[in-house]
Design a binder for this molecule. Structure first.
Ligand code: SAM
Ligand code: SF4
Length: 345
């Protein structure tokens, strides 16, 4: 189906009042918002952050919770239905539970968080009380030595404890995300699959993308999800589960019914044609694609006293510039100079 034939997923008086569903220039409805609430992190994963000491943007450059809430409210009025709170590490910013509660009160029905899990065991209950519906926990190794090599922390036990607490809660079934990098953790595919079965959770394999701080990415470092599927199928029988077109993961359930795997293949099988996402960076910029060369500032507008309709107008203009796709597989592709989480550029 050509992007221009997409049907708006939301319609109604509240959207009409705002001039209708937010769409990009290819007709894709934008319904999914990622809010990065901080650039800070208590881990330094090798495929994400540089090993250099952190250079944080100054406190005053980060959006306040009130500013983030205001942008979220405007965006919800434009048809955003799913909000995922991320970072940096979202759980290190004090007040994140309160922010989730405010998003919940704005009527976000699908409210998720992505976390490295370090602080999860102690915060899980408060996050659920605030209205969190879903959780993704990153876990790149089940081996303590390798976990330390990847994250440059010794937090494996804390992350496993966080997963266990979430899996016993209303957030069940939790999604656990692993980024596989050839030569680092690609030998753990089978162990991760077993982990999913044992704990009856959803183990998702994400292909390594050229957005890393240390610039180690190469095509050879990517473990394609076709390889992952072949290797898991060599051990266990899997049944494919149907999924929504806009969902990024191909999903498979283990025979016997316990556990699932999800394959997210931005490199080998890009899903840009159905992309419904935009991101808001912690310093108030809209990022229309993970691979955008340029972010679009809203902070100056907010702080300059713009009213909601001026902000809405700017958002529509920016979304109109959303890229058709990420071009990783095109000749001459140049990754952005920033990482997945860096801001301020
Ligand atoms: N700190 C939180 C965490 O690790 O879950 C949230 C932010 S982190 C940037 C969100 C997700 O992006 C994590 O699952 C992480 O593994 C993934 N990620 C970071 N850099 C990546 C890269 N170069 N390629 C693929 N995934 C990446
Ligand atoms: Fe931090 Fe998440 Fe990046 Fe790891 S992937 S360094 S936990 S932001």
């Amino acid at each position: 189906m050509a992007p221009s034939q997409f049907v708006p997923p939301v319609a109604g008086p509240e959207l009409a009042a705002y001039g209708g569903q937010l769409r990009d220039s290819f007709g894709r409805p934008i319904t999914d918002l990622r809010i990065s609430v901080t650039d800070r992190c208590n881990f330094r994963c090798v495929y994400c952050r540089s090993a250099d000491p952190e250079t944080h943007v100054a406190e005053g450059h980060l959006l306040t919770w009130e500013e983030m809430e205001r942008l979220a409210r405007i965006l919800i009025g434009l048809g955003i239905r799913k909000v995922r709170v991320t970072g940096g590490e979202p759980l290190v910013r004090p007040g994140v539970e309160n922010f989730i509660a405010r998003l919940h009160m704005l009527g976000v029905a699908d409210l998720a968080i992505t976390t490295n899990g370090h602080l999860l065991a102690e915060k899980c209950e408060a996050l659920i009380a605030a209205g969190l519906n879903r959780i993704n926990i990153s876990l790149d190794s089940l081996d303590p030595v390798k976990f330390e090599r990847i994250t440059r922390t010794r937090s494996l036990d804390r992350v496993l404890a966080g997963i266990a607490v979430a899996q016993k809660s209303l957030l069940r079934p939790v999604k656990v995300n692993a980024v596989l990098v050839r030569g680092i953790n690609d030998d753990e595919v089978e162990a991760f699959a077993e982990f999913a079965r044992e704990h009856d959770l959803i183990m998702r394999f994400i292909e390594f993308m050229p957005l890393d701080g240390d610039r180690h990415w190469s095509r050879e470092s990517v473990v394609t999800n076709d390889e992952v599927l072949r290797r898991v199928q060599a051990r266990c029988s899997l049944t494919e589960i149907s999924h929504e077109r806009s969902e990024t993961a191909r999903r498979y359930r283990f025979a016997g019914g316990r556990g699932e795997i999800g394959l997210i293949s931005p490199v080998s099988q890009p899903f840009c044609g159905h992309c419904s996402r935009i991101r808001l960076t912690a310093d108030g910029k809209v990022r229309t694609c993970l691979f955008s060369q340029k972010d679009h500032d809203l902070r100056a507008l907010l702080r300059g006293g713009a009213d909601d309709s001026a902000v809405e107008h700017r958002i529509r203009e920016v979304v109109h510039q959303k890229e058709r796709g990420h071009r990783i597989n095109e000749t001459g592709f140049t990754p952005p100079s920033r990482t997945m989480v860096s801001i301020g550029g």
